[in-house]
Design a protein around this ligand. Structure first.
Ligand code: DC
Length: 224
């Protein structure tokens, strides 16, 4: 029997990363941060001077990835290793999110990452974080969550996170960036961001992350 999977999809900044980390820690399950895979492909493209319009070369990069995730302490994102090198900080940069969103529009890139993503489903279970986890990668998942929040709220959260880390950021620019990413992720032809027909939709605009977590755990118990 294949390992159980909980999928968590939604737009950037909706709190998916924190929620997935909490779920993985609390259930003792594996974690797939699929956005990190697209970020790595985007970063690799910049490093190797591969054009964002060269679908074939980008797909080759995606097919050759040697990645590993290590769950972080509670509240911290998972550490990501590429060819054994810890690239966790580089891929979290705002630019890497934009690169990721640009390479993610290509069918060949998405196909190249499919088998790798499915290989993360191992006992005792998997928490899968992304945009198409419930719709394309794990359509038979035991529980599907679609986590969203208003663009303004997502920009505010990101702003606070970055300010707390000592970065100098502009809220209006962050909001524009989030809107542009939503537009690209939701309107692309291949695997656009949308809730699976059997997903539970949670709007976290005025919810604390602990309340989101408790609701998902309650939904998980019901689905077991
Ligand atoms: O979740 P994130 O912000 O790390 O994702 C970065 C980008 O990668 C996102 O804007 C779109 C793309 N992505 C995707 O197309 N499909 C996924 N399953 C995960 C991310």
């Amino acid at each position: 029997m294949s390992a159980p999977v909980i999928t968590v999809d939604g737009p950037s900044g909706s709190g998916k990363g924190s929620l997935c980390q909490m779920l993985a820690n609390s259930l003792g399950w594996h974690l797939l941060d699929s956005g990190a895979l697209y970020r790595i492909v985007g970063l690799a493209a910049v490093k190797k001077d591969v054009s964002f319009t060269d679908e074939g070369a980008l797909a080759e990069l995606a097919a050759e990835l040697d990645v590993e995730f290590k769950a972080g302490e509670s509240g911290e994102p998972a550490a990501v290793f590429l060819d054994g090198e810890d690239i966790s900080r580089q891929i979290r940069h705002e630019d890497s999110g934009t690169y990721a969103s640009r390479v993610a529009v290509y069918n060949a890139v998405r196909d190249a990452l499919k088998v790798l993503q499915r290989s993360f489903a191992r006992a005792p279970g998997l928490i899968a974080d992304g945009r198409d986890m419930g719709t394309v990668i794990f359509p038979d998942a035991q529980l599907k969550i679609y986590l969203t929040a208003s663009a303004q709220e997502r920009a505010d959260r990101r702003y606070k996170q970055l300010i707390n880390k000592g970065h100098n950021v502009n809220l209006a620019a962050l909001l524009e960036d989030i809107k542009a990413r939503d537009e690209r992720d939701m309107n692309r032809e291949v695997a656009p961001l949308k809730p699976a027909s059997d997903a539970i939709i949670i709007d976290s605009t005025s919810m604390a992350i602990d309340d989101v977590f408790n609701q998902v755990i309650a939904d998980f118990k019901k689905s077991s």
